[in-house]
Write a protein that binds this ligand. Structure first.
Ligand code: HEC
Length: 219
């Protein structure tokens, strides 16, 4: 009996082998991407901030510094610039532990009060209310602070504790019974979140607020 020639495309072994190679390659790629991402999102610390080392996710003590955004030609979008020291609720010397505790309270409060039910944080959540990823940089706060609170952070805290009394847009945020302690933590949480390098997300946020500022080797 003569041997039948089988086209490679109809040969089962070809497809099995291809499936094996593709699965293997994808697995290696995914494992590599996972480790690469973990390294990229690793939170920095106070020493990084003090020595001007730019981390995508700066340490909690970034709340001691001024945060601005600057257009980066090479990357084609705005990147965060951690500037000079700046007072936050009257202090610019929060230790890593103190700042970490504040952020923790803020994070818990954001979960308990379910901010994501209406807002988006770092790409997760709803679009009923403004995106909160860079809300700390909203130029609106300068006006709110002007409306009675001596500083921007106190103005935001005031807004969070009584949002229905300080309506800025057409929709009002309901009063969620946020305490003073929670509000302070939430403002720290928002400030820290605004310092995270999110590759220009959300697109074109607060263009008005992008003031060229002193660089700290973030380019
Ligand atoms: C039920 C929906 C809802 C929930 C839940 C909610 N918000 Fe809001 N929030 C809104 C709306 C609507 C606005 C716009 C209000 C305005 O402009 O006066 C707003 C505005 C804001 C703003 C101003 C944003 C800007 O830059 O203009 C901040 C900051 C904010 N909310 C923080 C929070 C935080 C923090 C939480 C969770 C603790 C939260 N919100 C929970 C509906 C909500």
């Amino acid at each position: 009996m003569s041997k039948r020639t089988v086209s490679v495309w109809t040969d089962n072994r070809f497809w099995m082998r291809s499936a094996g190679w593709i699965t293997g390659f994808s697995a290696v790629l995914l494992i590599w991407l996972t480790f690469d991402t973990l390294a990229q999102i690793q939170m920095g610390d106070d020493n990084d901030l003090k020595s001007g080392i730019a981390k995508r996710v700066p340490g909690p003590t970034v709340i001691n510094y001024n945060i601005k955004y600057q257009f980066n030609e090479k990357r084609g979008h705005e990147v965060p610039i951690i500037g000079e020291k700046e007072k936050f609720f009257g202090r610019d010397d929060y230790s890593e532990e103190e700042a970490g505790k504040l952020l923790h309270i803020g994070k818990l409060a954001s979960q308990v009060k379910n901010c994501m039910n209406c807002h988006t944080l770092l790409g997760n959540g709803a679009y009923y209310a403004p995106d909160l990823t860079k809300a700390w940089l909203d130029p609106k706060w300068d006006e709110v602070a002007f409306l009675g609170a001596p500083t921007k952070e106190e103005g935001i805290a005031k807004f969070l504790m009584d949002p229905s009394g300080n309506v800025m847009h057409s929709k009002a945020m309901p009063n969620l019974g946020i305490t003073e302690k929670e509000a302070k933590g939430l403002v720290a949480f928002l400030k820290h979140m605004s310092s995270i390098d999110t590759n220009g997300f959300p697109r074109n946020f607060g263009k008005k607020n992008l003031v060229v500022n002193e660089k700290r080797g973030n380019q």
